[in-house]
Design a protein around this ligand. Structure first.
Ligand SMILES: O=C(O)C1=C[C@@H](OP(=O)(O)O)[C@@H](O)[C@H](O)C1
Ligand SMILES: C=C(OP(=O)(O)O)C(=O)O
Length: 426
């Protein structure tokens, strides 16, 4: 139980958020496939990113972690070997989906398992294209546990039926270990960290109207990765400052990759006072600062289908912000939210309803009435880190105390969330 009494308090100050989760996962994976020593700086120390380190250690790769600096002693693709036991993916969808692309093409068998939430999430979205490449994957009902019998694959040209960077990356990683050219076509742009990081390890990736193409069996050279701050973590402070009177926050050294900026773009469209400034590049990733100030008048705006993937993890927060906009906000095209750590359409609607919001669930989204005064309540995190953090931010605008059941799950992506919150609460 976490009690939060933040009514009449403000968010003020400057902070840095921990390293990007998506980039941290990918740095471990590509470092493990490369030949030689790869250093990863500002690695996200969290349960999800640890699931990736532990998985590659189980596959025979030596990895040292010293605070937020990780050293991977890659021995090339040959450095990976059959694990003695099943490998636990914990709560991490990114770990299981990306690693499956690698394991499908390697000459040994691996059984992947996960926690209760992950065991309910759909894996058919990767089983289907990988099977088309010739993979042998056993799973009952398209969920974990999954037995992957690795073998040589054939390349494919695949049009993604869902806007998912995890599916795209799984196919690219399988293609990387497969003779020939693999092509992935997207309906809408999803986060492109895999495409941006592969060239840093010496792999050529072509991106044009023909899709994303890569030639398999290219050797990866070891590299150095500096992970930017996670813009999804920064979004909690951006949302908090935008809706809480008197607030102003600046988040420094955060990733500003355009495929991740949907939440900030939608907030700006609603009239929010937010500035972003790219200061430098690390590898091919833009890094800079974000500042956000309280905005009294926010105007609702419809969400476009093509922008959903660029804000997919920020929807619970966007719904909270929408309760403070002047009018009704309809959010559609959100069916992917049903397949996250919780059914985030349901859990967002239930949580905001408990705070007194007028909000209804629709098949593919929600309709939110604004502007509403919210009151305190005791709410459940549903074991979902993003719901727990959204409810914590809500405590700044509720008229009374918010208590959140099970905030342990925040360790999945942002272990020092409450320390950072305290540092900018006045
Ligand atoms: O590729 C990634 O690192 C991620 C992709 C997204 O999932 P989908 O690919 O399922 O949309 C996102 O929700 C997740 O937090 C991280
Ligand atoms: C959906 C998320 O992550 P994953 O799919 O990796 O579990 C998330 O972090 O919100």
């Amino acid at each position: 139980m976490k009690p939060l009494s933040n009514s009449h308090k403000q968010l003020k100050g400057t902070l840095e958020v921990p390293g990007d989760k998506s980039i941290s996962h990918r740095a471990i994976m590509l470092g493990a496939l490369a030949q030689g020593e790869t250093k990863v700086y500002n690695f996200l120390h969290s349960e999800d990113s640890m699931s990736t380190i532990l998985a590659f250690q189980r596959l025979g790769v030596d990895i040292d972690k010293n605070n937020n600096t990780v050293t991977i002693y890659g021995k090339g693709v040959q450095g990976l070997s059959q694990p003695k036991d099943s490998v636990n993916m914990g709560n991490s969808g990114t770990t299981v989906r990306l690693i499956s692309g690698i394991l499908a093409a390697l000459p040994f068998n691996t059984k992947l398992v996960g926690d209760q939430s992950l065991s309910h999430r759909p894996m058919d979205r990767i089983i289907e294209p990988l099977t088309e490449m010739g993979a042998s994957i056993e799973s009952s009902g398209g969920t974990l546990p999954m037995l992957i019998r690795g073998r040589p694959l054939t390349p494919i040209r695949y049009r993604l039926p869902v806007d998912s960077a995890q599916v795209k990356s799984a196919i690219m990683l399988a293609g990387l270990l497969t003779e020939g050219i693999t092509t992935v076509l997207e309906q809408n742009t999803t986060r492109d960290h895999t495409e941006r990081m592969l060239p840093i390890f010496g792999v050529e990736v072509n991106r044009n109207d023909q899709g994303i193409q890569l030639e398999g069996r290219q050797n990866l050279a070891s590299s150095t990765i500096h992970v930017p701050g996670d813009v999804s973590s920064a979004s909690f402070w951006v949302a908090g400052a935008t809706i809480t009177p008197g607030s102003h926050v600046t988040i420094k050294n955060v990733g500003l990759n355009p495929t991740r900026l949907g939440f900030i773009n939608v907030l700006k469209r609603m009239g929010a006072q937010i500035n972003t400034e790219v200061k430098r590049y690390e590898g091919d990733e833009p890094i800079g600062n974000i500042s956000a100030s309280y905005t009294e008048r926010l105007t609702p705006t419809p969400l476009q289908k093509h922008e959903i993937a660029t804000l997919v993890d920020e929807v619970p927060l966007l719904a909270l912000v929408a309760t403070q906009a002047n009018g009704q906000m309809k959010m559609k095209h959100l069916e992917e939210l049903r397949y996250k750590e919780s059914d985030r359409i349901k859990t967002t609607v239930n949580t905001l309803k408990q705070f007194g919001a007028t909000i209804i669930e629709t098949e593919d989204g929600m309709i939110i009435e604004g502007k509403q005064e919210l009151h305190g309540a005791q709410v459940d995190s549903y074991g979902d880190h993003r719901i727990a953090m959204m409810a914590s931010i809500a405590s700044f605008i509720t008229t009374s105390k918010v208590t959140i059941k099970d905030t342990e799950c925040i360790r999945i992506s942002y272990p020092r969330f409450f320390e950072d919150l305290a540092s900018i609460t006045i």
